[in-house]
Design a protein around this ligand. Structure first.
Ligand code: 8YV
Length: 314
């Protein structure tokens, strides 16, 4: 029997592509020199799309695939996939929740600590010889015991909160509804939360519901000298307002893993010495990426075997 054909939108590790190539015919769109001609040649046979958080699948693309049966996302965020189109056409969408939660929370804390304690500067201080020529590096700021505000207390936000408890932090959060089972103070919006925290940390999911959620009013409500961390999506905030808050010093330090228009991000971010930047890498450990790949493959296998999908997005 012919192997089902899959359209692969972005690069995946060989440890996924190898086993997948045994079961499916893989059409690697990202390698096609002429994507338009590539699609014209293969669209009619494509049974599934394999994509990732930052690439997605548009209605215009999916509408060209008459045999499309599933969209499998290598990532938890499906904001780049037109879920409405999929629902209207009975196409299931799967993602990779849970397996990446702890690593993304680790990265949120790593960025927070790196920004507050200026780890990149400390590293450069030693490597560049400033330790011997200038002596001790300037003092930094504490994380332990500070007031942390989490925007979006879902799975990843709660994993961040567990870490923050170990740091003796006072935790509050914003979200649509209070989570009665959690002992943290709830505020309805980031702007309502901001005046009560020293650190604002975004773990909200992306998509239309959270577009621009952390708005100018939220950034302006922070106390001067605040720290901001984002490991969710650039779309969750008004990026011009974030840059203004960095310029004015209202946000003194930041740790950012996600941006508008990745990877061609606004070059202004690189001009702030107390901003630590990462290339959308919060889930990027070997352990988590292997688990994400396996879960994505499990969803595809279940679909083509007619079994229930392990992690379909409802
Ligand atoms: C990316 C992510 O998918 O899970 C998500 O929503 O944004 C990430 O895990 C990952 O970079 C794979 O491309």
């Amino acid at each position: 029997m012919d192997k089902p054909e899959l359209l692969v939108m972005g690069v995946l590790p060989d440890w996924d592509l190898g086993p997948m190539a045994e079961r499916y015919t893989l059409r690697l769109l990202y390698e096609a020199p002429d994507p338009e001609a590539f699609l014209a040649a293969h669209a009619a046979a494509i049974r599934g799309i394999v994509t990732k958080g930052e690439i997605g699948a548009s209605a215009a693309l999916m509408g060209r695939l008459p045999r499309l049966g599933i969209v499998a996302c290598y990532g938890v965020g499906i904001d780049a996939i037109d879920k409405g189109w999929c629902a209207a056409h009975g196409i299931p969408v799967t993602n990779t929740p849970d397996v990446l939660t702890e690593d993304v929370a680790d990265m949120a804390f790593a960025l927070l600590l790196a920004a507050a304690r200026e780890i990149p500067r400390a590293d450069a201080w030693v490597r560049g010889g400033a330790w011997t020529s200038e002596g001790s590096m300037p003092l930094t700021t504490r994380v332990w015991g500070k007031r942390l505000g989490i925007v979006g207390l879902g799975r990843i936000g709660q994993a961040v909160a567990r870490r923050a408890e170990g740091f003796g932090m006072e935790i509050a959060y914003s979200g649509r509804a209070p989570k009665a089972h959690l002992p943290y103070r709830h505020y309805p919006t980031p702007a309502a939360l901001a005046p009560h925290v020293d650190i604002l940390l975004c773990t909200a999911m992306g998509g239309p519901a959270t577009e621009g959620l952390i708005d100018r009013a939220a950034f302006e409500a922070l106390r001067p000298g605040a720290i901001f961390v984002n490991v969710s999506r650039g779309s969750c905030l008004d990026e011009a307002a974030l840059l203004d808050a960095l310029r004015s010093g209202r946000i003194a330090r930041a740790g950012l893993d996600v941006f508008h228009n990745e990877p061609a991000i606004d070059p202004a971010f690189a001009t702030f010495p107390h901003v630590v930047l990462a290339p959308h890498a919060a889930s990027g450990t070997v352990e988590t990426r292997k688990a994400m790949g396996q879960l994505m493959q499990d969803n595809l296998a279940a679909f083509f075997a007619g079994r229930p999908l392990p992690t379909e997005v409802r």
